[in-house]
Design a protein around this ligand. Structure first.
Ligand code: FE
Length: 363
C-alpha cells in the first residue's frame, strides 16, 4: 500500500497552517470554460439517461494538497477520473445553489457537520442508500437521512501550558468559565464554524441558559481578543500570552511537528461525562449529480482502509472508520472518549449558537 511519509505532511503543515481553504487560495483544477463546454453537452432534466462512469466532479472546501493525493489513488485503482473545484465553503455552497440542476458538481466535500447540514438543509444534497457507508461510518458521524457522511474525524479539545498548568486543574469546556482562568484563556473567533458547532453541542447538552452563562464566563476569562486561527492559540500558550485554549487536535500536531518540544499539551475534555467534542470532514452526493453511481463509488472508497489512513497522515485527523488506526503522532495523544452526539446537531443548532455567542459578546 502506498503511504505518504509523515515528514511530507510536516512540510505541508509549514506551508499551510489550516485544513480549509484560506480566502485567497482558490485553485480550481477544472476551469469555468471547461465546465461551460460540458454544459452544452449535458441534458438539463433530472430524468436524464445514465451517464458514463465519471469524471466525478468534486466541489471541495478542503485544500487541494490534503485531498488530491487521495483522489489520485482512487483514479489509479478504478480508472474513474476526479475533477476538483476547490474554494471556500460559503461560496462553493452558494455556487451549487445558483447552478441548480445545471451543476456539474457530483459531490460536495467540506469540513464541519455545520456546513454539510447547511447544504443538505438548502436541498443541495440527496439521500443515498449505501450498505458500505452504513457499515464503515458510525451512525453519529453521518446524516440521519444519509445525505452526507463523515469521512475523517477531528477532535476539538483543551490545550494547556505544560509550564503553568497542571492537568489536574482541568476538566471540561464548561469549567474554562471558572474565574480561576481569568486573563488566562485564548479562544478562536466565534465566526469560525468549529466554535459554532462546539457551542451548538453545549446548547444541546446543557440548555441555552446554562450555555450562555458558560460562554459569558469564557469571554470574561479571555487573555486577549479572539484569535483568527487555532495555530495562533497554541503559539500564544507557548509564548506565555495565555495558559489554556480550545483547538482541533491536528493543529497541535502541526505545531509539534515544527517544534517537538513545544510546551503545550492536550487535555481530553469532559471525559467524566459527555466526552470530547468531535466533528467531521465529510461529503454528500449533490441533488443534481450527473455521475451519481461513480460519485457513490468514490465516497464509498473514501471510507475504506487506505484513504482513511491517508486522512490521518495528510492532516493528522482521526479516521471516521473505527477499524483504521491513526498515525503514530496522533496515537501518541492517547485514547479519549468522544461525545456520542450526532454531529448533525452542530448544524441544527448553529443559528441558535451564533445568536447566543453574540449575546455573550463573544466576537
Ligand atoms: Fe481546520
Amino acid at each position: 500500500m502506498k503511504t505518504i511519509p509523515l515528514f511530507a505532511s510536516a512540510v505541508l503543515a509549514l506551508l499551510v497552517g489550516c485544513s480549509e481553504q484560506p480566502a485567497s487560495a482558490v485553485a480550481p483544477s477544472v476551469t469555468d470554460d471547461a465546465l461551460a463546454g460540458q454544459a452544452a453537452s449535458l441534458p438539463q432534466s433530472e430524468a436524464a439517461p445514465a451517464m458514463p462512469a465519471g469524471p466525478v466532479v468534486v466541489y471541495s472546501s478542503r485544500q487541494e494538497y490534503l485531498i488530491k493525493p487521495i483522489f489520485d489513488r482512487f483514479t489509479e485503482e478504478t480508472g474513474i477520473e476526479v475533477q476538483l473545484q476547490t474554494g471556500e465553503e460559503g461560496p462553493l455552497i452558494a455556487r451549487l445553489q445558483a447552478e441548480g440542476n445545471a451543476t456539474f458538481a457530483d459531490i460536495l466535500y467540506t469540513v464541519d457537520a455545520g456546513n454539510l447540514w447547511s447544504a443538505a438543509n438548502k436541498g443541495l444534497l440527496q439521500s443515498i442508500s449505501s450498505p458500505t457507508l452504513e457499515a464503515a461510518i458510525p451512525a453519529n458521524l453521518r446524516d440521519p437521512q444519509n445525505q452526507w457522511f463523515g469521512l475523517s474525524v477531528r477532535a476539538r479539545t483543551i490545550v494547556y501550558s505544560t509550564a503553568r498548568v497542571q492537568p489536574a486543574e482541568l476538566s471540561s469546556y464548561e469549567a474554562l468559565a471558572d474565574p480561576k482562568w481569568k486573563g488566562r484563556l485564548c479562544l478562536r473567533t466565534s465566526k469560525k464554524v468549529y466554535n459554532m458547532s462546539l457551542v451548538a453541542t453545549l446548547i444541546d447538552r446543557l440548555g441555552e441558559a446554562k450555555t450562555e452563562e458558560v460562554v459569558k464566563g469564557w469571554v470574561a476569562n479571555l487573555a486577549t481578543g479572539p484569535m483568527s486561527s487555532d495555530n495562533l492559540i497554541i503559539q500564544a500558550i507557548a509564548a506565555g500570552q495565555c495558559d489554556v485554549g480550545v483547538v482541533n487536535t491536528y493543529y497541535l500536531g502541526q505545531e509539534q511537528q515544527k517544534d517537538p518540544a513545544i510546551p503545550v499539551a492536550l487535555f481530553w475534555a469532559n471525559q467524566a461525562e459527555s466526552g470530547v467534542h468531535v466533528n467531521v470532514s465529510g461529503a454528500g452526493i449533490t441533488a443534481h449529480a450527473k455521475h451519481k453511481d461513480a460519485a457513490i463509488k468514490l465516497i464509498e472508497w473514501l471510507s475504506s482502509a487506505e484513504p482513511q489512513q491517508l486522512f490521518s497522515e495528510l492532516n493528522l485527523e482521526y479516521p471516521a472508520n473505527a477499524a483504521i488506526q491513526p498515525v503514530a503522532l496522533v496515537q501518541g495523544w492517547g485514547p479519549f472518549k468522544p461525545d456520542p452526539i450526532n454531529v448533525e446537531t452542530a448544524g441544527r443548532l448553529q443559528a441558535q449558537a451564533v445568536m447566543l455567542m453574540d449575546r455573550a459578546d463573544y466576537r
